[in-house]
Design a protein around this ligand. Structure first.
Ligand SMILES: Cc1ncc(COP(=O)(O)O)c(C=O)c1O
Length: 331
C-alpha cells in the first residue's frame, strides 16, 4: 500500500486538561482537540482526507465521489479537500426529497462547489455509485470513490499519525495509566488508533463509544487495523474481540440525540466552552461521563479525542434545539 499524504490539517492538535469538568466529575479528564484540525471546519475526517486525496491524485483521478448522510462531516471535508486539489466532487446523499434548508454541513458542501446527487435509502448506494462512475467515464472523467466515513486502510492512516502525536504529548506529562475515548461509527478512526497504538508501542487503553448500532462493526475494524499496521511493516493479529467498542449509549439510533447526549453537549459548553455535536461527540461524551460516574476510570487519566462535527449542531432539528436550550441549562 502506498502511504502518500496531502497535508491539510493544523498539526499537532492540542492536548489539554479539562479542569472544570474534571472537578465536577471527580476524574482526570483531558481532551485531544481534533476538532481543531482546521481545514474545512476541522474534525477527525481531515486526518483521513489527507491520505484519501493523496491517493486520488496518485490514481490520476479528476473527480471524487463519496457518500453519506445529509449532515455528514466526512462528506463536508472530502468536498473541500477535493476542490482544493482541483478535483470535481460528487456527493451521494441520503434523502430523495432533495435539498431542504442549506444549513450546517450541507451548506458547506455547496459552498465547496460539490454536485449533490440524492438517493432514497442507503440500500441504493452501490447502484448509484456504479451509475455515476460510468456516467463520468463516458464524459471522459476518471472518478475516485471514497467509502462511507473515509473508513478504509488508506483513510485510517490518519489515526496512526494521531496516535504518534499523542504518544509524544503523553510522554511530556507525568506517567499515569491512560484510557483514550472517542466516538465510533464507520470505524476508520478506531482502526487507525488500534494500529497506531500497536505501531507506536503505546501503553494506553482504548474505548470507542458507538453512536449507531452495527453488530458487525468489529470485524471490519479489525481487518482494516491489520492492513494499516502491515503498511507500517508491523504484524498485528487484531481480531474482532480486540476491538474495544461500547454500544450502551446509542439510544434509538444514529442521529437521534439521547437526553444524556443533550445534557453532555450543554455541560461541556458551559463548563469548558467546548462545543460538541449532537450526533457523535455528544453521545460519546455522555458515555464517558456516565462511566466516570460509575468509577470505570478511577486512578486513570482519560483522554477524549474530540472528533469535531460541530457544523451539524447548526442544522439540528427543532426538538434537539428546544432540548439544548431548555431553561434547566441556565445558571
Ligand atoms: C464528528 C465525528 N466523530 C466521530 C466520527 C466517527 O468516526 P469513524 O467513522 O471513523 O468511526 C465521525 C464520523 O463520521 C464524525 O463525523
Amino acid at each position: 500500500m502506498h502511504i502518500e499524504r496531502t497535508p491539510l490539517a493544523l498539526l499537532p492538535t492540542p492536548l489539554h486538561r479539562l479542569d472544570v469538568l474534571s472537578r465536577a466529575v471527580g476524574a482526570d479528564l483531558w481532551v485531544k482537540r481534533d476538532d481543531l484540525t482546521g481545514f474545512g471546519m476541522g474534525g477527525n475526517k481531515v486526518r483521513k482526507a489527507e491520505y484519501l486525496i493523496a491517493d486520488a491524485l496518485r490514481c490520476r483521478a479528476d473527480a471524487v465521489i463519496t457518500l453519506g448522510a445529509e449532515q455528514s462531516n466526512h462528506v463536508r471535508v472530502i468536498a473541500a479537500a477535493a476542490r482544493r486539489s482541483n478535483l470535481a466532487c460528487h456527493l451521494i446523499l441520503n434523502g430523495a426529497g432533495g435539498d431542504g434548508p442549506l444549513r450546517g454541513n450541507l451548506l458547506l458542501d455547496k459552498l465547496a462547489g460539490a454536485r449533490v446527487h440524492r438517493i432514497g435509502s442507503p440500500s441504493e448506494r452501490r447502484g448509484a455509485i456504479t451509475a455515476l462512475v460510468s456516467r463520468l467515464r463516458e464524459s471522459g472523467r476518471t472518478a475516485y470513490v471514497v467509502p462511507v466515513g473515509g473508513s478504509n486502510a488508506i483513510g485510517a492512516q490518519g489515526y496512526v499519525d494521531a496516535v504518534a502525536e499523542l504518544a509524544v504529548q503523553l510522554a511530556a506529562l507525568p506517567p499515569r495509566p491512560t484510557t483514550v475515548v472517542f466516538a465510533t461509527s464507520s470505524g476508520g478512526t478506531m482502526a487507525g488508533v488500534l494500529a497506531g497504538r500497536h505501531v507506536a508501542g503505546l501503553d494506553v487503553g482504548v474505548m470507542g463509544i458507538r453512536v449507531d448500532a452495527d453488530e458487525g462493526a468489529a470485524e471490519g475494524i479489525s481487518f482494516i487495523a491489520r492492513d494499516v499496521a502491515r503498511a507500517h511493516g508491523a504484524s498485528y493479529s487484531c481480531t474482532p474481540g480486540d476491538v474495544p467498542l461500547v454500544a450502551d449509549y446509542v439510544g434509538e439510533g444514529y442521529g437521534i440525540a439521547t437526553p444524556e447526549c443533550i445534557q453532555a453537549v450543554g455541560q461541556v459548553y458551559r463548563q469548558e466552552g467546548i462545543l460538541l455535536d449532537p450526533v457523535y461527540t455528544g453521545k460519546a461524551m455522555a458515555g464517558l461521563l456516565d462511566l466516570a460516574h460509575k468509577g470505570a476510570f478511577d486512578g486513570r487519566r482519560v483522554v477524549f479525542i474530540h472528533t469535531g462535527g460541530e457544523p451539524s449542531l447548526f442544522a439540528a432539528d427543532a426538538s434537539t434545539v428546544e432540548a439544548l436550550t431548555r431553561p434547566a441549562g441556565q445558571a
